[in-house]
Design a protein around this ligand. Sequence first.
Ligand code: CU
Length: 163
Amino acid sequence: MKKIFISLTFAASLFIVACNGGSKSSSSESTKEEKTSAPAANVSNDIQISANDQMKFSTNELHVKANEKVTLTMKNEGTQPKEAMGHNFVLLKDGTDLPTFAQAAIQAPDHIPANNPAIIAHTKLLGPGESDTIEFTVPAGTYTYICSSPGHYLTMTGVLTAE
Ligand code: CU
């Protein structure tokens, strides 16, 4: 009987220690979180983005102010011919099914499917050294951007956050 009592007390004290430990670590975690989120992401409505022959965008993350005009310039810094390695920037509504969209884009002129409701904004298809500037305004939310050249969305994709 005594043994059971002791082990119960032991279990109870373990429980208390575990709870204390838990609340301590979670409070220190939240302080840490505040610190890391303090230097806010680079929010800018004047965006320069580029693409290259390695089928990469210069950034896979963009942050803009919601409901204010965004001016985006995209440059193809590659040297491969447009037919082989043309790039564009296509901003899509959240939740767009990328494989389905990319499939529709393959046959479309300049890889932009006409009247596709998923498209919010897009640049021209750019050959080496070419650039294009577009303007758009989006409400708060997260959006996906891709290059819609065949197969490129697999490596050329990013998230634009409007806040
Ligand atoms: Cu591309």
